[in-house]
Ligand binder design. Structure first.
Ligand code: ADP
Ligand code: F6P
Length: 324
């Protein structure tokens, strides 16, 4: 155990994700139970640079495990991308006695944590993003809630799509990654799933498929389109023009980021939060907590950022075969 660490900080950064509150709660309560002091840094790295730092105790995290969003708020901060901003951030941590920092966010946030670690602040990242696009981990906090929220919304669109015998193009989030689209595509029984990692941009082929399913007697045609491909409205207009089938585009948007976290998100977030504190107590720094091959593990941030993640080929093939 590293006796040096007596005070740690915690912040959330980048896009919020359901389950972040459960992770904050686990960090605070684990740390306090092990005799550490905890400071909450509001609004991510922006709040760090503005010294928006508050003392936290077990009561500060009461009644939050079931709430979406993040009680610490979150932000994107351009200044922290600069060496001057990072230096200032490290000095502010030192001024407030913060020797270790837990950063809950995505790859961008981990890059900030990596910089702080090089400046003498022990940092540990926790993967929090609905996008599931962090290569070192099979699981990111918020993904499960987001796909369940999107799945329920898409079921509702399917009802009206079937009643009107329409084609529906539904755009889901994920930035440049297609995981939300692929999972919803399978869970909602979509006829077509367009993923940035796989889609070749062949609209003619998509239109032929829509015509074919209509001939076979399908009453609706659901296309799940990933945000990374986008242009859903444009696509809907072209599909309607070339198939003669009424077509509507729906962009699900930020509703996918909100809501009460699922059981899975709460539990993974709680364990990852506790694990991060244990790493800090062991004197570790510049590491990210991950869930890989059925186990909670940790990786050096540099190694984690260099990893590449791909869409699972088998899952993708199955999704295509089921959509007939
Ligand atoms: P995410 O963490 O979800 O990937 P962003 O990419 O928006 O989200 O990153 C969140 C924040 O992390 C940024 O606003 C910035 O403050 C910080 N950050 C991102 N990249 C870097 C970097 N290369 N160096 C330092 N800080 C960074
Ligand atoms: O990273 C989470 C995410 O919701 C992405 O899926 C999306 O591309 C982005 O954040 C949207 O960001 P903003 O909330 O700034 O519009």
């Amino acid at each position: 155990m590293n006796e040096q660490i007596s005070t740690i900080g915690v912040l959330t950064s980048g896009g919020d994700a359901p389950g972040m509150n459960a992770a904050i709660r686990a960090v605070v309560r684990t740390a306090i139970s092990k005799g550490l002091k905890v400071k909450g840094i509001m609004r991510g790295y922006a709040g760090l640079l503005n010294e928006e730092i508050v003392d936290m105790d077990t009561k500060s995290v009461a009644d939050i495990i079931q709430r979406g969003g993040t009680i610490l708020y979150t932000a994107r901060c351009h200044e922290f991308r600069t060496p001057e901003g990072q230096q200032k951030g490290a000095e502010i941590c030192k001024k407030h006695g913060i020797q270790g920092l837990v950063v809950i966010g995505g790859d961008g946030s981990f890059q900030g944590a990596q910089k702080l670690s090089h400046l003498g602040i022990n940092t540990i990242g926790i993967p929090g993003t609905i996008d599931l696009d962090i290569a070192c981990t099979d699981y990111t906090i918020g993904f499960d809630t987001a796909v369940n929220t999107a799945m329920e919304a898409i079921d509702k669109i399917r009802d009206t799509s079937t009643s009107h015998e329409r084609c529906s193009i539904i755009e889901v989030m994920g930035r440049n990654a297609g995981y939300i689209a692929l999972w919803c595509g399978i869970a909602n029984g979509a006829e077509d799933i367009l993923l940035p990692e796989k889609y070749d941009g062949n609209v003619e082929k998509l239109i032929e498929h829509i015509k074919e399913t209509r001939k076979k007697g399908k009453k609706h045609h659901i296309v799940i389109n990933a945000e990374g491909i986008g242009k859903s409205q444009e696509l809907a207009e072209r599909v309607e023009r070339e198939t003669g089938m009424e077509t509507r585009a729906t962009i699900l948007g930020h509703l996918q980021r909100g809501g009460s976290p699922t059981c899975k998100d709460r539990v993974y977030a709680s364990i990852m939060g506790a694990y991060a504190v244990d790493l800090l107590r062991e004197g570790k720094s510049n590491r990210v907590v991950a869930y890989s091959k059925g186990e909670y593990v940790d990786f050096e941030i540099d190694e984690a950022l260099a990893m590449k993640k791909n869409i699972d080929e088998y899952q993708f093939t199955v999704s295509g075969n089921l959509a007939r």
